[in-house]
Design a protein around this ligand. Sequence first.
Ligand code: SF4
Length: 336
Amino acid sequence: MELQRAFTRPDELLRAVALDPADFSADVKARQLFPLRVPRPFVHLMEAGNPHDPLLRQVLPLRQEFHAPAGYSTDPLHEQSADTAKDEAKGLLHKYRSRVLIILKGGCAINCRYCFRRHFPYDEVRFDQHQLEQTLAYLSNHPDVNEVILSGGDPLMASDHQLQRIIAALADIPTLKRVRIHSRLPVVIPARITQELVVALTATRLKASLVIHANHANEISPSLGESMAVLRQAGVHLFNQSVLLKGVNDTPDALVNLSERLFDIDVLPYYLHQLDKVIGAAHFEVTDTKAQYLWQQMNIRLPGFLVPKLVREVGGEHSKTPIMPDGNVTKLSAFE
Ligand code: SF4
């Protein structure tokens, strides 16, 4: 229901947050590069009349998206060439030794302008019965894989019935221990956490975890808190990953507040990602030096369990690459 009601036109979105579309006429053309899609519950969390609102900034097309600086590409993580299992099981990414990722659904409930998959050939994504069978055969032949990550797009765009069927089938592979879902849907439409979904995630021998994706404390709504409480009480492990985004969360206060608000709803900060260099998102880039400074500030102001790992994904690498501070606090304090 909320999916059908989502904003897809920039002028309607801007009016909904009390901004004049005429002030953004040169910006909204960037919609042709990547469609606009924003569910209403997410829009309700934006501050009316604020063109710099950190949630609006994540979804509003801007003229800067037409810039393609050196080092930016349409497939920054080489996912389309790293689809190492594609001959054996289409839609399966086996980048890391013990985990595989299933691209379950092409679409998302929200289109984030910084998304590294904004050029991904989503239309080709169909995870059907044949692919499930291929995937199960692949997993049977790769006993070193003990975790399946359901991803997308957004895997919670799949129906509860489909998810239940896939998770039940995965549980028949004896070498699998865990199933993990990466989804932004609970943040942008908290009502997506239905009782049927909770059952799908918990009526299995596999340990289930959910990694949500929130970038700013303003995304942590009371409804999201209620949904997370239901999952937590059912035994689902809850984590969050964020992307470090210029103009959205690139201050110590923004990141500290996000971690605090996440813990309020029983979600642990897991990763803080440096931006993947995808064409159209360069205006969100935060330098590594500033990222390290922000991470140091989080360490000073938060207990260790509320400090996410600061990482970058590098195409072809077998794990995320940590971005370690160089310890030069004096130099880094120049960002105060
Ligand atoms: S929800 Fe995730 S996959 Fe979908 S557009 Fe946003 S960042 Fe990309």
